[in-house]
Design a protein around this ligand. Structure first.
Ligand code: IMP
Length: 182
């Protein structure tokens, strides 16, 4: 375990087992005719997308979006900005948004409303983690990996101050590792 990690919430094997199950759920939901587009919300979802698509048995495409939500290092403000948009149109296409974590819900709610205005054939959400205790806006989650308690988590794509994304597990940072910097 990394020195800065207080405890591991979800270990590597459990993550990989659950992602295989989510892959099976997606294989049951889509087929070759659908050719859905998987929209990876960067940066946090990059490992989840990479592992998830390797379980898919139907034709699909992937695209990327970079969004930033203003706020301090651990709390989202609800103001979301698109820093990098999709390369291709999603009009008339089946879309699956791939997220790392849904916390207050502000970010995914903004993304959903933005993508819905582009008239996709369908729009669903796959999120690795769900933190329902902190929800501020109701969002429909279609594919969920794990529910996590109200703790700030890091690893498997999720960061604190842009670090720890490489950890193969989901963990909780030691309190002494939080900086007081804004
Ligand atoms: P929301 O808008 O509050 O739902 O959170 C959106 C974004 O904040 C997520 O996509 C993450 O990038 C980040 N975030 C929320 N909770 C955590 C956490 O516990 N660890 C790391 N990042 C988080």
């Amino acid at each position: 375990m990394h020195d800065d990690v207080q405890k591991i919430l979800i270990d590597e094997a459990a993550i990989q087992r659950r992602i295989a199950e989510l892959g099976a759920e997606l294989n049951a939901a889509y087929d070759d005719e659908d050719v859905p587009i998987f929209v990876c919300v960067l940066k946090g979802a990059f490992l989840f997308l990479a592992d998830l698509v390797r379980h898919l048995r139907f034709r699909h495409e992937i695209d990327f979006m970079v969004v930033s939500s203003y706020g301090d290092a651990t709390r989202s403000s609800g103001i979301v900005r698109i820093l990098l948009d999709l390369e291709r149109s999603i009009e008339g296409r089946h879309v699956v948004v791939v997220e790392d974590i849904v916390d207050t819900g502000y970010t995914i709610d903004y993304i959903l409303r933005n993508l819905a205005s582009r008239h996709p054939a369908s729009l669903r959400i796959a999120t690795l983690l769900n933190k329902p205790s902190r929800r501020k806006v109701e969002v429909p989650l279609d594919f969920v990996g794990f529910e996590v308690p109200d703790e700030f988590v890091i690893g498997y794509g999720l960061d604190y101050a842009q670090q720890y994304r490489n950890l193969p597990y989901i963990g909780v940072l030691k309190p002494s590792c939080y900086s007081d910097e804004p």
